[in-house]
Design a protein around this ligand. Structure first.
Ligand SMILES: NC(=O)c1ccc[n+]([C@@H]2O[C@H](COP(=O)([O-])OP(=O)(O)OC[C@H]3O[C@@H](n4cnc5c(N)ncnc54)[C@H](OP(=O)(O)O)[C@@H]3O)[C@@H](O)[C@H]2O)c1
Length: 237
């Protein structure tokens, strides 16, 4: 049991769509929501989909492709969504200014910052049809201008810029979607033991997923447009 398991999840189980669910945090979130009674639409970019599990159904989505996002939305006709988690991301080059590559930079921006906006726009009719009305953007403290470089000197320009852009997208979406009663959150999952976080990372992926589920579960309109860590701590933009 992790220290966050005792945090109750206030949101009634509904239907959640999660991007980048093939491994890491996305897969852990998918399994956590499914085991809590949610119907989970777990999106992965692989051509071959695994067999559906209990409460968990796989769909194809390459978030780098606007056409793939449109196709996913079309395949969901008649399915209301209560929660969309924009989780898919890449790290890109971490060599600093000397190795910064224009193609790599734009690819990271496309996947980490642009795709969550396109996914949110494509899935809006489904979110409006659902009762939960929440978009959770998995951001990173590395994208915080105020806090992101405290004790963290990695030279990942693209990743930092992409998460800072995602934070702005979160704030702007929160404003635009307030009239629809849709909550939009930026969430930092912690330094998590995944392929991206590495083996030295502090937090087991299951603990981060459970804690994020708790944060999302308790969010209300007052929290829309905010940036919080998995443990509830507010992060300065
Ligand atoms: N781990 C950490 O310490 C940490 C810290 C702060 C924030 N985060 C954030 O947490 C989220 C999850 O990270 P993670 O640690 O689980 O990373 P990860 O282990 O590298 O997994 C990334 C996931 O994103 C998917 N993905 C990448 N590009 C995609 C695309 N074009 N279309 C669809 N899916 C795509 C990957 O799918 P494939 O298997 O197909 O590659 C994979 O499922 C990310 O938003 C990350 O920025 C992580």
């Amino acid at each position: 049991m992790c220290e966050f398991d005792s945090i109750p999840e206030a949101r009634t189980p509904g239907t959640a769509l999660i991007t980048g669910a093939s491994r890491g945090l996305g897969l852990a979130l998918a399994r956590h929501y499914a085991s809590a009674g949610w119907r989970v639409i777990a999106c992965i970019r692989a051509d071959t989909l695994p067999p559906d599990e209990n409460g968990l159904e796989w769909r194809r989505l390459d978030v780098a492709s606007p056409a793939s996002i449109t196709e996913l939305a079309a395949s969901l006709t008649g399915i209301p969504l209560d929660l969309v988690i924009n989780n898919a991301a890449i790290r890109g080059d971490i060599g600093g200014l000397a190795t910064l590559d224009p193609h790599d930079f734009l690819e990271v921006m496309r996947i980490n910052a642009l795709a969550p906006l396109l996914v949110a726009r494509a899935l809006l009719p489904h979110l409006r049809a659902g009762g939960g009305r929440i978009i959770a953007n998995i951001s990173s403290r590395a994208g915080s201008i105020a806090e992101g470089m405290i004790g963290d000197d990695d030279g990942d320009y693209a990743y930092r810029c992409s998460k800072a852009a995602l934070n702005m997208a979160t704030a702007k979406l929160a404003l635009d979607l307030a009239a629809d009663g849709i909550i939009v959150l930026a969430l930092h999952p912690g330094w998590v033991r995944t392929d991206m976080g590495g083996a030295q990372a502090e937090i087991p992926v299951s603990d981060s997923a459970a804690a994020l589920q708790g944060q999302i579960g308790r969010a209300t309109m007052v929290d829309s447009g905010s940036f919080h860590a998995f443990d509830g701590r507010s992060i300065a933009w």
